[in-house]
Design a binder for this molecule. Structure first.
Ligand code: TIU
Length: 223
């Protein structure tokens, strides 16, 4: 076990059974004209974490540790998208409608792809998920169990929606979860701050939080 300085106390990282999960770093959330923009959000806040997230992915690749990417993505016929999700928020453009980057939140469309700086490479796992959480209707638990993964390090967007939902789902399934606080972002600064606090509160009721520098220093000690 590698003790990683974190809140609420050091995170016991198991280097033989750890995976990084990068949640939904897609053009649909990060660029203008995508799904996040259609809901009325200022999407500019999110692109700021791309370099930190790239460095985090680079650390896992260097170590040879498992990297998982998720995408919030629906089948072209929207058979995996409940009507409640299509109409929620009365958006300017609905899921499945044609936007500046193709059909909103639909698999295979340009806007549904992960931003080029963080693109998956051969051998990495890519999970298309119809919900906010990574475990609902995806087979993710079986996929991770087959690889013996017990520890999940989280990054991505948005902190209080898909990241928090996925982390709570993972926590209930018994994974030891660590969120990298400068590799996650929300459209709302106050929601990110509150989410970080509630994850680590009550002795780490959902998991641990720490900045990338702490994880890097613990796993790549200076010689
Ligand atoms: N709207 C919002 O904050 N997030 C989402 O809809 N999906 C994700 O968080 N990926």
């Amino acid at each position: 076990m590698i003790p990683v300085p974190a809140q609420p106390y050091p995170y016991p990282l198991d280097p033989d059974h750890v995976a990084l999960v990068v949640i939904d770093m897609q053009r649909d959330f990060i660029e203008k004209g995508g799904f996040g923009d259609s809901l009325g959000n200022d999407v500019r806040r999110l692109e700021a974490i791309v370099p930190t997230t790239a460095a985090l992915i680079g650390l896992f690749r260097k170590k040879g540790w498992t990297v998982v990417h998720t995408r919030e993505a629906h089948l072209p016929d929207l058979s995996d998208c409940p009507p409640s999700k299509v109409t929620r928020g009365n958006p300017s453009l609905k899921i499945g409608e044609e936007g500046a980057m193709g059909r909103l939140l639909v698999r295979g469309e340009p806007g549904n792809q992960i931003v080029p700086e963080l693109a998956p490479i051969a051998g990495e796992i890519v999970i298309d998920k119809p919900g906010k959480g990574m475990f609902w209707a995806t087979g993710a638990h079986e996929m991770l169990a087959a690889r013996g993964i017990t520890h999940l390090v989280f990054a991505g967007v948005t902190t209080e929606v898909c990241v928090q939902t996925s982390m709570r789902e993972a926590n209930d399934r018994g994974y030891e979860c660590l969120l990298i606080e400068d590799a996650t972002e929300s459209y709302f600064a106050e929601f990110k701050a509150a989410t970080l606090k509630m994850i680590a509160a009550q002795g780490g009721i959902v998991g641990w939080i720490t900045p990338l520098a702490a994880l890097s220093a613990a796993t790549e000690p200076a010689r």
